[in-house]
Structures are given as structure tokens and as C-alpha cells.
Design a binder for this molecule. Structure first.
Ligand code: ZN
Ligand code: ZN
Length: 367
């Protein structure tokens, strides 16, 4: 198992004077077999007793193994709700370290429980479907909608690519979608800085830009020897770290995520998170390209190339392909801003009307 080089921005103690807290809870990322986990944890004083979280699938894939290796107590994650996370947190009171072995739901429920009981947290993703692997944000359901709260980042993450290789293809594609969404989210954040004087952190920005750079190079086949999965893992880690630095999802979640949250509300959990965000990314990239003079001049991040990346990795580029009704998307464009009035994005700036929504949809190429 090798230690992944953390981005310089994470290692150095320097502050950028941006006003954000620059949290650096994350100490290390390990790449390699989970079988070698025990000594690594000992070195980082993440102490027993361990509470190991998994779901039915991830128990078989890795959860049981981790539980045995750490001699921990196991907890089965059943539903992606805050209610459930609260119940399970009450059962792990005595644990000093919580270990989440799984995809988005398990990681988030475990992250929440660790935060609630003040335990250390170890993140062991079994897929690369989203950027919550090392972020401090917990996103779960409350009622019919998804809600995000600020918890705490893991102290370490262990990424075993042999396990991740066995994850369903859709979940990997979702990870690509969640990273490429930052092409829009970073521009929404810049709108907030310019229009309403929101604080802006250059360190977090750099982490996001590095993620985009490494992932898009990898998609275009120019990333060098590293495997594409390793690059995706690193890109997701950087996005999560950007959120940790500012203790907010602000750098990584803009109007494109509001589109996804709206779809969650209307459809339940029909598509993986990053695939919905990808739909939002095409729509909102089209809106920015139409109305925001400060949208990317760099061809790599303009709509035409975003569609090219999507085609290459298997993300949807038309509504028909994914089976989303056109009128639902129009309604989504019109109403998504109401989900989070406090997060300023291009949707809040221009408050689109029906004819705008039609135009956005057309330009996006989705339908
Ligand atoms: Zn996301
Ligand atoms: Zn900063």
C-alpha cells in the first residue's frame, strides 16, 4: 500500500487570507490493498474500538474483511436518510473510530455517525461515484428531498483499486460526472464573488482546477502512465479536499447540483448522483455560455468539449438516451433555484423564464 502524494495546497500550512477556515483534517490517502490497513491506522493514532459500516453488497466486497482485520464491530447501513443515520449513530457511542466501507450512502452515514459521536473517521470507498470520499459534507435524504450538512472529513482514506474495479460501470461513470460538474460550479462560485461579494478561496480553487486538468487530460488519453481509475480517484479526492479547506460544498456544487437535487426530489434516486449532475452540467454550461461573459475562454472547458468528454466516458448527451422527459427538464431549469435560494448561481442571477429554458435545453444539445 502506498501513500498518495497529497496536493501541495493540503500539505502546506500556509493560509491564503480568504476568510475560510482551511480545515486540514485529512492526513493521508493510501492506495493499495485493504489487507494492509491495520499497521497504517496504528501509525496515525486512529484508535480502537472500531465501528465498521457497510451495506449488504459492500459487506461481501470488503466490509467483512475490514471488520476482521480491525477486529471491529459491524453495522449494516440500510437507508440513505438522516433519520437512519441518527439511529445508527446512537448505537456507536463507544467507538473511537468509525470506518465507512462502501459507496455514497455508507460513506455519508458513517461520516455522520463519526461526527455525531466525536470519533475519528476512515473512508474506504468501494466505488468512485461521487466526491464525498474525503469531503466534510454529508448528503442524505430528509422527507422527499436531499439535504446536505457540514460534518467532518475523514482522517484518512484507503482506496483499493482492485475492489473499485469490480464496482458497476454506472458508478464509475457517475464519478466522472461529479468531477466534470466542477466546470460549472467553479464559475457559479466566481459569479458569487463578483456579484454578491462572497468570499473566494484560491487554495480551494486550485484543487478544483487541478482535478479538472488531470481528469480531462486522462479522458483525452494524455495523462501518462497512471491508470484512468487512479486519476479519477485523485480528482475526486482533490474536489473533496477543496470542500474541506473551506468547510463548505461551495467550490464543488453550483447550479448543476441544484438541477440534480431537483431531479432527486421529483424522481427519487433513479440515477446515480454524478449522472444527474452531468445533465445539470450540460444545461448550466449552456446557460453560462449564453449569458456569462466570464465563462471559460479556455476551449477545454467549453460546452463542445464537455460533450466530447461525456461521449468518451459514457455519460449521457441526450435526454432520450437516459429516458428523461423534456417537460420535466424544462420545469427543473425553472424551479431548481428555489431548492437553495442562499447559494448564488447563474440560475439566481438571471431567474430563467420558459423561453430561456427552451433555449438552454436546445443549446445544451440534450434535446
Ligand atoms: Zn456532487
Ligand atoms: Zn483560502
Amino acid at each position: 500500500m502506498r501513500k498518495l502524494e497529497l496536493d501541495h495546497a493540503l500539505k502546506s500550512g500556509e493560509e491564503c487570507g480568504c476568510g475560510y477556515p482551511h480545515d486540514r483534517t485529512l492526513k493521508a490517502i493510501f492506495m493499495g490493498s485493504i489487507d494492509e490497513i491495520a499497521p497504517k491506522i496504528g501509525d496515525l493514532d486512529l484508535e480502537p474500538p472500531y465501528a465498521v459500516f457497510y451495506d449488504e453488497n459492500t459487506y461481501r466486497v470488503a466490509g467483512r474483511r475490514v471488520m476482521e482485520l480491525l477486529e471491529g464491530e459491524g453495522f449494516l447501513v440500510e437507508t440513505p436518510t438522516f433519520l437512519f443515520a441518527e439511529e445508527i449513530a446512537a448505537k456507536v457511542e463507544g467507538a473511537r473510530t468509525v470506518v465507512g466501507v462502501g459507496g455514497g450512502t455508507v460513506i455519508d452515514v458513517a461520516k455522520y455517525a463519526a461526527y455525531k459521536v466525536g470519533a475519528g473517521f476512515i473512508s474506504i470507498p468501494t466505488s468512485l461515484s461521487h466526491d464525498g470520499i474525503v469531503s466534510p459534507i454529508v448528503s442524505l435524504f430528509e422527507g422527499s428531498g436531499r439535504k446536505s450538512i457540514l460534518a467532518r472529513s475523514p482522517r484518512i482514506a484507503v482506496i483499493d483499486l482492485e475492489i473499485i474495479k469490480t464496482a458497476p460501470r454506472d458508478l464509475i461513470i457517475s464519478g466522472y460526472g461529479d468531477v466534470l460538474a466542477k466546470i460549472v460550479s467553479i464559475k457559479d462560485w466566481q459569479l458569487g464573488r463578483r456579484d454578491v461579494g462572497e468570499p473566494y478561496c484560491p487554495t480551494a480553487e486550485k484543487l478544483i482546477l487541478d482535478s479538472l486538468e488531470m481528469l480531462t487530460s486522462s479522458i483525452m488519453g494524455s495523462a501518462g502512465a497512471r491508470s484512468s481509475l487512479e486519476v479519477l480517484a485523485k480528482a475526486l479526492v482533490n474536489c473533496g479536499a477543496a470542500m474541506m479547506i473551506v468547510s463548505s460544498s461551495r467550490p464543488a456544487s453550483g447550479s448543476e447540483h441544484l438541477i440534480s437535487h431537483y431531479l432527486d426530489m421529483k424522481l427519487g434516486r433513479r440515477y446515480p448522483h454524478g449522472i444527474q449532475c452531468a445533465i445539470g452540467t450540460l444545461l448550466m454550461a449552456a446557460y453560462h455560455e449564453l449569458r456569462n461573459p466570464d465563462w471559460w475562454a479556455d476551449e477545454r472547458y467549453r460546452l463542445k468539449m464537455i460533450r466530447e468528454y461525456f461521449l468518451r466516458v459514457g455519460l449521457p448527451t441526450s435526454l432520450e438516451e437516459i429516458g428523461l422527459p423534456r417537460d420535466l427538464i424544462i420545469r427543473t431549469i425553472l424551479e431548481a433555484r428555489n431548492i437553495r435560494p442562499d447559494r448564488y448561481t447563474i440560475l439566481h442571477k438571471f431567474n430563467p423564464r420558459a423561453e430561456d429554458a427552451e433555449l438552454i435545453l436546445k443549446i445544451s444539445g440534450l434535446g
